[in-house]
Design a protein around this ligand. Sequence first.
Ligand SMILES: Cc1cc2nc3c(=O)[nH]c(=O)nc-3n(C[C@H](O)[C@H](O)[C@H](O)COP(=O)(O)OP(=O)(O)OC[C@H]3O[C@@H](n4cnc5c(N)ncnc54)[C@H](O)[C@@H]3O)c2cc1C
Length: 310
Amino acid sequence: MEREVDVLVIGAGPTGSTAAKYAARGGADVLLVEKRSEIGTPVRCGEGVAKRWLDEIGLTPSGEFICHEVEGARVIAPDGTALIVDETRAGNECGYVLERDLFDRYLAKEAAKAGAEILIKTSAVGLLRDDGQIIGARCEHMAETFEVRAKVVIGADGFESQVGRWAGLETHLRTRDIDACLQYTMVGVAGDPRYNDVYLGSCAPGGYAWVFWKQTDVANVGIGVNLSRIKDRAEAKRYLDALISRTPTLAKGEIIEEVAGAVSVSMPLEKTVAPGLILAGDAARLIDPLTGGGILNGCLSGNTTSSRSV
Ligand SMILES: Cc1cc2nc3c(=O)[nH]c(=O)nc-3n(C[C@H](O)[C@H](O)[C@H](O)COP(=O)(O)OP(=O)(O)OC[C@H]3O[C@@H](n4cnc5c(N)ncnc54)[C@H](O)[C@@H]3O)c2cc1C
């Protein structure tokens, strides 16, 4: 099987689905490939986003993907002093808490409605080149390999992006450019669900810990710790467990899910394009290095990237 399209988007996270949606809306013939068997799962995210960013990417808030709304963030210092910051000052970590799996699927649905074709269980495994120009990608679906030729390839394959590397772009991250993250979804926790909590200081060296509320007694409780400040990733767990056990409102909760991941805390890549290829979202290191939030930057870059490609 060989395919020919205008735009091939690799990765159906928020970035890729947004890129596919806007490229299809712009009249391009778009193929979006996603290696997972289900878009949106597993979720590796605190699920916090700001309201104003949703406006900026043209999404109407919907119960289809929002599970909780907060008034702002409570920033907690090591001595317990708390500062409440409202949404205009709290960066992109507050406003709504999403059901991230539903959000990603919502965006994919939008892409499909705009006319993009989506292939799940399909991995890009290499790029096609002609005289230095990237002209598509080799893809694999159920052990079958096929070529997709495209006028433009958009690499939206996330933090662990291979597409950028295949294209010869400098995507390498130093240890200090990475925060290792660990998050529990906890039930039976207590607190004030009007505010997402952000713990700063020695409890999370080079990062922060968070409590993002999903319901009045359910929250994503997580931590990001700079890799250069710990001996191994297991140390992130020790920091998170220590914070939970000394915080009575959290200590009484039960963990129903645990996810690990990482975010870049670097500047964006200096170069995000190669002939025939554009990187976007986490693949272009567009995560906000202060908050670790990348969903909405990803959507924004997906939108701009597709405008450049159409
Ligand atoms: C623990 C944790 C908590 C976080 N909390 C927040 C938060 O609260 N708020 C926030 O804004 N951000 C948060 N982030 C960051 C956020 O999750 C990312 O910035 C966001 O997912 C970026 O979207 P993306 O589409 O660029 O990449 P991804 O969401 O990673 O999507 C990339 C997609 O590409 C697919 N893919 C990869 N390689 C291939 C391939 N070769 N072929 C086909 N498909 C491929 C992947 O399966 C994936 O579906 C958090 C991250 C972590 C790790």
